[in-house]
Each structure stands twice: as C-alpha cells, then as structure tokens.
Design a protein around this ligand. Structure first.
Ligand code: FPP
Length: 242
C-alpha cells in the first residue's frame, strides 16, 4: 500500500517487556530494566536520524509503586544513575528533556536531578524527549482540572490542554506498545484521542531500529479520519442519488 501519512512528528512508547526479557534468561528483572535503558538510548538516536520531533516514553507509572519494593527501589536507583550518566550524551545529541509526572511522590534527590537535567538541556532543539515518570493519565487529567479550578478558570477542552503535562507539545501521532499486550495502562489517556495505536510483540530490550521502522511503515499507510468519512478524507464526494 502507498504511504498516505507524513512521518509522525510525535511518537510515544509504552516500553513493556523488560521483566519477561530478563526472566526468559533467568536474570533478575532489574537486569531487564537496565537493558531497557540501553534500548531507550538506541531509540532516541533512531528518532533523531528519522527526524521525529518528539518522543514520549513511559518509564514509571503511578501504579508501578505496587511492584515489589526491591524492584521499585531498583527503578529509582536506575533513574538516579541515568540522570548522572546519560544526560551529557543526550545534551550532545541535542535532546531536550522533560520529565512528566507527579514529582511530589519522588525523593528530593531525584526531584533535584530531574530539574537539573531539564535546565541543562533546555536550549536543545533536535528532539524533545518526554520521560513519563510517576505518571498516570488519570493523574494528568485530574491535576489539570484541579489547577484550573484553583484559578477559578472554566474547564474546557482548550483550557485543559493548556494545563496538562504535555502542553508543551502537539498530541502524539503514533503510540507504540511493545511486549505484546494490547492496552494503554493509564498512558496519555487524554492525548491518545486520535493517535494511531501500534502493538508490537517484541520485548522492549529487543525493540531495535527495524522494529521501529515496522511501526513507522504501518503508521504511514493508516487512514487518519478524525471522525470524518473516508470519502471526505480523499475528497471524492459522490452526489446522493435522488
Ligand atoms: C515495563 O516492563 C517497563 C517498566 C515498568 C519500566 C520501563 C523502564 C525502562 C525502559 C528503563 C528506563 C527507566 C528508568 C527508571 C530510567 P515490565 O517490567 O512490565 O515487563 P514485563 O511486562 O515483562 O514484566
């Protein structure tokens, strides 16, 4: 089929499958998460090469606190490690970092690290990387509504969009979930309204450039109708018979 869509400007990813990747090798789950960070670095580079403007990834959900305590603390340690070791490279690649989520639940050290990384990369323009951390779509919607209410502002689609965590970028064009599950798991619930959804069976640590290209290829031939009919999209209206 001929491609009909321009490449997506904004790709969002649920990076699922780290635990199963590790378990299938009889390794601790945290090793899968470490490989997940390597995978993320690879996909950031791939997005830069493909001129994608915004990449949004789900790194830690509001619900991930319910995992075993050692996995939660391991993920927090990985975030602290990534903040100290990976930001310089992202800076070189021209990546602007945003951390999206409820910072109130995070340790002061991690909060400070997130703020420093955002400040350090604030003038970069090659790729926006939104890392959703302690994020939930329901939290985002409720938080935006609460902010508007506190300011006495009317709640409209437009005012909500201005108050939400991803108000600095356009909505995602393509949401990819790796790891074979077919659900959003509280990711970008509002912003997913007209995103194309793509589910890959590949576990996140194995999700490479070729797997990304398969998703982009499928996106290219999807018909994005935004509530219209196919005929309207193609400009081929037929006069109704009388
Ligand atoms: C889902 O896989 C993945 C996560 C909950 C964490 C994603 C994190 C990374 C890719 C690393 C980057 C993160 C930080 C903290 C910088 P899963 O554990 O649910 O896998 P499973 O479904 O196979 O169990």
């Amino acid at each position: 089929m001929e491609p009909t869509n321009a490449p997506p400007a904004h790709v969002a990813i649920v990076m699922d499958g780290n635990g199963r990747w590790a378990a299938s090798r009889l390794l601790p789950r945290i090793v899968g998460h470490k490989r997940g960070i390597d995978g993320l670095k690879r996909i950031v580079k791939a997005c830069v090469v493909r001129k994608i403007q915004v990449l949004t990834v789900f790194a830690f959900s509001s619900e991930n606190w319910n995992r075993p305590a050692d996995e939660v603390s391991g993920l927090m340690d990985l975030m602290a490690m990534a903040l100290s070791k990976e930001v310089a490279q992202l800076q070189q690649e021209g990546v602007r970092l945003y951390f999206v989520g409820n910072r109130a639940g995070l340790s002061p050290a991690i909060r400070a690290g997130l703020e420093q990384a955002e400040a350090r990369t604030a003038s970069n323009t090659t790729l926006v990387l939104n890392v959703c951390f302690n994020y939930g779509g329901k939290w985002d919607i409720a938080n935006a509504a609460a902010q508007l209410a506190a300011q006495g502002m009317a709640i409209t689609e437009e005012s909500m969009e201005g108050a939400m965590a991803l108000s600095h970028c356009a909505e995602p064009d393509l949401i990819i979930r790796t790891g074979g599950e077919h659900r959003l798991s509280n990711f970008l619930l509002w912003q997913a309204a007209y995103a194309e959804l793509y589910f890959s069976p590949v576990l996140w640590p194995d999700f490479d450039d070729a797997a990304l290209d398969a998703a982009l290829l499928e996106y290219a031939v999807r018909e994005r109708r935004y509530g219209k009919t196919s005929a309207q999209i193609h400009g081929s209206f037929k006069r109704a018979k009388v």
